[in-house]
Design a protein around this ligand. Sequence first.
Ligand code: G6P
Length: 607
Amino acid sequence: MCGIVGYIGGKSAGPILLECLRKLEYRGYDSAGIATIKGNEILVKKDVGKIDEIDKIHDLGSIKGNVGISHCRWATHGKVTKNNAHPHGNIKNTISIVHNGIIENYQEIKKKLKEKGYKFSSDTDTEVIAHLIDSFYSGSIKDAVLSAMGMLEGSYALAIICSDEPELLIAARNDSPLVLGIGNGENFISSDVYAIMGHTRKVMYLENKELAVLSKERIWIYNSGGKEIKKKLNTIEWDAKKAEKLGFDHFMLKEIFEQPDTIADTLDGKIGEDSISLDIGLTNSDIKKIKRIIIVACGTSWHAALTGEFMIEELAKIPVEVEYASEFRYRDPIIEEGTIVMAISQSGETADTLAAIREARKKKAMIVSIVNVEGSSIARESDVVIYTKVGPEIGVASTKAFTSQLVTLYLMTIHFGAVRGEIDEQQVRNRIRDIRLIPAQVRSILEEHGKIKKLAEVFFKKENTIYLGRGINFPIALEGALKLKEVSYIHAEGYPAAEMKHGPIALIDKNMPVVVIATQDTRTYKKVMNNIEEVKSRGGILIAIETKGDEETKKHVDHNLYVPRNSYILTPVLAVVPLQLFAYYMAVLRGCDVDKPRNLAKAVVVE
Ligand code: G6P
């Protein structure tokens, strides 16, 4: 995974690199490092640990020089050791590089370099790139990097400095995200736009196999053949404040509490009194021609996809299949005319989701994506993009992006259903009325956070939890369980409530908390009540998410959490919120680092 930042300008590079790198720490936090050029010398500071821990020991920002690179690591090749931490350099210490990605043929290249006498001090694929560039260097770092790129297979976003050309900073990419920031007398390289938003809003995106040479005043961009090319300048509109904690203890908590606003922002401009305007580039004729939708995603976004399947099939009557992106890409999927492939991704950079849409494109599918990060790779490689507009999501466990993905899927469903004649005008009006209630309803759930915290105080020492849901709330049971395991490291399983009888019921005893989504609806409520009895008769401890005003369920369970009443199809957007808060408080009580859970990364940009 990893995050990279580069700076060249008139200011001291150390504090800027450190500040920007902190914003990328969600991408990897097992080690970090920084390298600058001072005079004709490359200075390096790096170590294992989180950035703050390393900074305490090495005072990273005090490193001298006006040009530099920095890195936070999520280990792929080589253990978490100081030697494996980036930056890596050549033997003469004239070249220093940071890398995000995986070089697939690094063993092969390493062998050849060893034969030429190169010595390696780490187990990483990245160090191989540093020596490879060195082997091509004859006075131009740009040319040496271009030659090295010709040999590299795999994914990389690179930032490189060379003390023989101290006025330049090099960036190169293939299949890993990289953005160039254009400042006033200074320029930046970064893995994402948020990290540099405090310095500039003007950005350019590098495409695969492109290389950029940055000086403090200019940027030149070249294709793999070495030909100079021109790039479009983009202006980023996000509010930089959204990337701050604003008084909350953690980003995760802040992002959970932002949801009334982020959902409202997702709806903004897309709903009128009686119609939905999704100006997404799909004509009514395109929509009428859809025969099947395949949704590809990973993690929490995959849970949104499963919920979307219920919405779309039920209201728009289009057959939907949901696939793990990582499975879809390797199984030669059948894509006929009329199939659209939809990708859901917060980051827009998840490697498997990106590869899945590339596979779909090869098979001539139209690609529609629901993405949060503007200008991200998935957004740029899709035919149609709908942005969730929740601003930067920094907490590694996704929360506000998820609820806005659900809302976007809902809007898309109503739009498709109306265009295809499956939903009449009155129903569209009713559905719009329902969704308008959601921001205030989510706010009312958040007001109950004290009660949810108290509940966590009862359960935080448990080591297992089962989550049950049915119908459209089955994916929410999965999401509730995922949130808990991600941030609190408690083993949690999400199951369809009735399927519990075929296995998990064996786990239930007086020590097992069972969270049941038991919101009232005509279809599954009574069935869920039966499942509640099955748990109860085996001594399990029941926590139910219920509809406000439901007097019945509370008689059968041990603990109740309430969500307001809305239509069945929108209950997931409400039911997930208490589960997010429950996971958060459990993790805090267990002393876990909620924003940076062990072994996880926000954007999984490697396979
Ligand atoms: C990682 C994150 C999850 C996220 C998943 C998919 O595993 O930790 O929170 O749901 O990737 O990410 P995406 O950016 O594609 O939604």
